[in-house]
Design a protein around this ligand. Structure first.
Ligand SMILES: Cc1cc2nc3c(=O)[nH]c(=O)nc-3n(C[C@H](O)[C@H](O)[C@H](O)COP(=O)(O)OP(=O)(O)OC[C@H]3O[C@@H](n4cnc5c(N)ncnc54)[C@H](O)[C@@H]3O)c2cc1C
Length: 477
């Protein structure tokens, strides 16, 4: 396993439970201690748990987008929003293995819903705890304002037929602790997975079209590990970079960084999606003191999601300069126009993410900003909001919500941009698979974390079944 993030922990646990001998190589610390406070995101400027990645927005503006770099990955440092992608999103996934029924069952199996487990479609015995609570004054007021403005009040954003409306965010939180995939999936099998922290993989080693292991660097120097199967789970940015530094990617890009071509796969690193997000700031009547998670309430409104942050970012993230709190407006039906761009021949150097924002997404954001301003001005918010501080004519300056997906996307054999098949096996290299947000064939219309965990769980089942089948064939021979 390369990468012990949200998906990597799920996959490592699945293979280990099936009896495989699993080594998990994680670039960051191999422990999630200190990261469980669900009220805060440990991604500030001095965080030891992040991989800062330059993101070029619209070809001109560079911003830093951090990714988790620790066991548990981005899911160990994120906002703990755990909203499922609607089943309609999966119409764009290969239907042979990712039909709506299969996906719905997948979501059920990964969770224990601590509030609504008795409802149809919810789980009571999956590894990931899910709960909801609205305690931040701004979240309560925002929900009332949205309902008064005519939006449906939803008591379960993860219901199969939830649709649009405002509601409490399902969170992967139990007892105030953010529960990452490292705790939920990996910890129960800790004794049977060899976890090596601070071990950064540089490339996958391929001989005659078959994977033979990986090589990289850790505190002791360079290492090489033999393996008959390698699963890449380094996240959308680093998985694409790893593929390219291993000679698997678009011929021209590989040539530009001086890497020999092993397999020409034009889809690696292109068609990358995210949710463009802008912020509408307001001056609060008093500084927020009470909240449980950074996002307790969201409004799903057609093409946009309005994200009512529970407190200002300086209260949520250590080291961020003081500022007004915001309502985030994210374009959720986003066009995947982005790319992962390797900048040098050095496999350890971070690539850049290019994030052009489509005109349609920009228009959705303009409408979303108007909606946010309208809600902030409603009487239901008057106790919390003094006035909106973002100027009405402020230029739209979107960033990325850090929901990056699709740099090694799944598709049929005849799809020229497909990188993996519907079982997540890399096309053209036996023994190699991608199990993380890279393999998403489309941008989900909700934050990706719940979908990443579900997809990793489902992919692992398929890969394990395939491994068992090929072992049986080998025995028969
Ligand atoms: C700050 C932040 C907040 C977010 N908030 C939310 C949210 O609230 N809700 C939501 O739905 N989504 C959220 N997301 C997105 C969500 O967390 C991610 O989509 C998801 O965790 C991605 O899972 P992954 O397994 O693909 O990658 P990751 O979880 O990022 O895991 C990749 C792992 O691979 C390791 N790695 C990378 N390169 C190498 C290498 N070369 N060798 C070895 N290891 C390597 C990394 O250190 C990391 O641990 C957020 C993301 C961020 C960054």
């Amino acid at each position: 396993m390369v990468g012990g993030g949200s998906a990597g922990c799920v996959a490592a646990a699945g293979f280990a439970r099936a009896g495989a001998s699993v080594m998990l190589l994680e670039a960051g610390p191999g422990s999630t201690a200190m990261l469980s406070d669900a009220r805060r995101l440990p991604i500030g400027p001095s965080s030891l748990y992040v991989d800062p990645i330059t993101t070029r927005v619209d070809g001109v503006r560079d911003v830093v987008g951090t990714r988790g770099r620790v066991l548990g990955g981005s899911g160990a440092v994120n906002g703990a929003y755990f909203v499922r992608a609607p089943l309609a999103d999966f119409a764009r996934w290969p239907q042979d293995r990712w039909s709506a029924d299969v996906v719905a069952e997948g979501f059920r199996r990964i969770e224990t819903d601590l509030d609504l487990g008795d409802r149809p479609g919810h789980g009571t015995d999956g590894p990931m705890p899910v709960s909801r609570a609205v305690v931040a004054p701004v979240a309560e007021a925002f929900r009332r304002a949205a309902t008064a403005a005519g939006h449906r009040d939803l008591d379960d954003l993860n219901a199969t037929d939830a649709g649009d409306g405002v509601g409490a965010v399902p969170s992967n939180v139990a007892g105030g602790r953010r529960v990452s995939a490292a705790e939920a999936f990996l910890a129960p099998v800790a004794g049977i997975v060899e976890v090596r922290g601070e071990a950064m993989v540089a490339r996958v080693d391929v001989v005659a079209g078959r994977v033979v292991g990986v090589s990289g660097r850790d505190a002791h120097g360079e290492f090489a590990v033999g393996a008959d199967r390698v699963i890449l789970a380094a996240g959308t940015v680093r998985t694409a970079a790893l593929l390219m530094h291993s000679g698997i990617g678009p011929r021209e890009t590989l040539r530009a960084i001086g890497v020999d071509v092993v397999v020409d796969r034009p889809g690696v690193g292109v068609g990358v999606g995210d949710h463009p997000e802008v912020a509408v700031a307001y001056r609060p009547r008093r500084v927020a003191e009470t909240w449980r998670t950074p996002l307790e309430v969201v409004l799903e409104a057609g093409l946009v999601e309005l994200r009512c942050y529970s407190a200002s970012f300086d209260r949520l993230i250590e080291g961020v300069p003081p500022g007004d709190p915001v309502i985030g407006v994210a374009a959720m039906v986003a066009e995947p126009l982005g790319s992962v761009v390797p900048l040098s021949a050095d496999p350890f150097a971070a690539p850049r993410v290019d994030h052009p924002v489509a005109d349609a997404d920009r228009r959705a954001l303009v409408d979303g900003v108007a909606l946010a301003r309208d809600l902030l001005g409603r009487p239901e918010m008057a106790e919390v909001v003094d006035h909106v501080t973002t100027a009405p004519d402020a230029p739209l300056s979107p960033g990325a919500a850090l929901h990056t997906v699709g740099s090694a996307r799944m598709g049929a054999d005849d799809d020229p941009l497909a990188v993996v098949d519907s079982s997540c096996r890399v096309l053209g290299v036996s023994g190699l698979a991608v199990v993380d947000a890279s393999m998403f064939p489309a941008v989900p219309t909700r934050g990706p974390h719940a979908t990443v965990i579900m997809a990793a769980h489902r992919a692992t089942e398929m890969l394990v079944a395939e491994a068992v089948r090929s072992a049986a064939v080998r025995r028969e021979r």
